[in-house]
Design a binder for this molecule. Structure first.
Ligand SMILES: Cc1cc2nc3c(=O)[nH]c(=O)nc-3n(C[C@H](O)[C@H](O)[C@H](O)COP(=O)(O)OP(=O)(O)OC[C@H]3O[C@@H](n4cnc5c(N)ncnc54)[C@H](O)[C@@H]3O)c2cc1C
Length: 343
């Protein structure tokens, strides 16, 4: 292939603000920037709300619909808590209503330039490079792309998954779920209800206290009844094609196994954030250094939004509260971009 074919023509226009990540927070940032009269563009490595799209197919949010709203657009649902597909539909409608400029399936690899003239270098799904120029940048890249690996033998087998989608392919099979929080509890229950033989392994004494109050008794009762076999204070030592080896308080145990769901959490792409020059506070769970009001980082012109603001504490900021970052950033952007240029 020629160099010409691998490289798409860069856009001549310079945006006021480029938002990396078209999740709920990124959308809120672009909407608030547009409302402030600024020209915004969003770039996402996947589809609109890529993380939500990859959540379990039949999931129900923990949050009531109004707490997921952005851009003052009502989110109505017949359910007390909306489903994943309702949320995806809602965010599509919001994007349409505000005529957001979203470049999907473009991964931002690096950023060059400085405050007032940044260039985001992206790669599209055909491997072609694209450049977008913007005066300011907002990073809203979430945490769902990078699983917390266990680093144990066999984790690289193709029967091991770090994301749970739906139960049907596991009917009648021996499935191990690793983890003690909501994702593990929900997956274990869903798999068991659809005919899988489920074993749960968690290093804690019991399921985590953060498991939602309506899920916790359900999983605890399944364990009590022996419908889901749970090993607490236990870890997985090794995964092989047909078995898993566990370290339990009673000593090593090996059980037959067909599939493993290692649902042990995810983390932000700290390397990407640092490559932009943004410092991470090692004394504060690697929170990116930023002004708490404007959310501008230590790099002038680069703002942080959404769950990444809390560093490794990925359960501190979610859609409910991250959606307000858009207004905080837009207030600062509109003040700064309207300042007279000094010569
Ligand atoms: C199963 C599950 C259930 C949840 N339920 C709730 C709930 O009920 N209520 C609630 O408030 N929160 C809930 N959360 C948490 C919530 O979904 C996240 O906190 C939220 O999505 C964070 O929003 P965000 O916009 O910061 O990041 P994300 O939604 O993760 O968006 C980040 C985007 O950035 C893109 N991206 C990343 N890197 C790049 C790159 N280099 N170039 C281009 N694009 C990039 C990604 O593709 C993604 O689309 C849940 C999470 C999970 C896993």
């Amino acid at each position: 292939m020629t160099d010409f074919a691998r490289s798409r023509v860069s856009e001549p226009q310079v945006f006021d603000v480029l938002v990396i990540g078209a999740g709920p927070t990124g959308l809120a940032c672009a909407i608030e920037a547009q409302r402030a009269g600024l020209k915004a563009v969003l770039v996402d490595k996947g589809c609109l709300c890529n993380s939500l799209f990859h959540y379990p197919a039949h999931m129900t949010f923990f949050t009531t619909p109004e707490l997921l709203e952005i851009g003052d657009m009502p989110f109505s649902s017949p359910n007390q808590k909306p489903t994943r597909s309702e949320a995806l539909e809602y965010y599509r409608k919001v994007a349409e209503h505000y005529a957001l400029d979203i470049r999907q399936y473009e991964t931002v690899d690096k950023v060059t330039g400085s405050d007032g003239d940044f260039t985001a270098h992206t790669t599209d799904r055909f491997g072609r490079s694209v450049h977008h120029r913007a005066r300011k940048l907002v990073i809203a890249t979430g945490y769902y792309d990078l699983p917390n690996y266990l680093d144990i033998p066999g984790e690289d087998l193709n029967k091991v998954h770090h994301y749970y989608n739906e139960p049907h392919p596991y009917y009648g099979l021996n499935v191990l779920v690793i983890g003690g929080k909501n994702s593990a509890a929900i997956a274990a229950l869903d798999l068991w209800r659809h005919g899988a033989k489920v074993t749960l392994v968690h290093r804690g004494e019991a399921m985590h206290r953060h498991v939602k109050y309506w899920i916790l008794p359900d999983i605890n009762n399944r364990v009590k009844n022996g419908e889901v076999k749970a090993y607490y204070r236990s870890t997985v030592a090794e995964i092989s094609e047909d078995a898993v080896s566990l370290d339990t308080p009673e000593g090593p145990v090996t059980i037959p196994n067909d599939f493993v769901f290692a649902l042990t959490g995810y983390h932000p792409d700290f390397t990407f954030i640092e490559r932009l020059g943004v410092q991470l506070d090692a004394t504060n769970d690697r929170c990116p250094v930023c002004d708490p009001v404007s959310l501008e980082s230590n790099v002038p012109g680069i703002y942080l939004a959404g769950v990444i603001v809390a560093g490794e504490r990925t359960n501190e900021i979610f859609i409910e509260n991250g959606r307000f970052h858009g207004k905080q950033i837009a207030d600062d952007l509109s003040a700064k971009l309207r300042e007279p240029v000094t010569t």
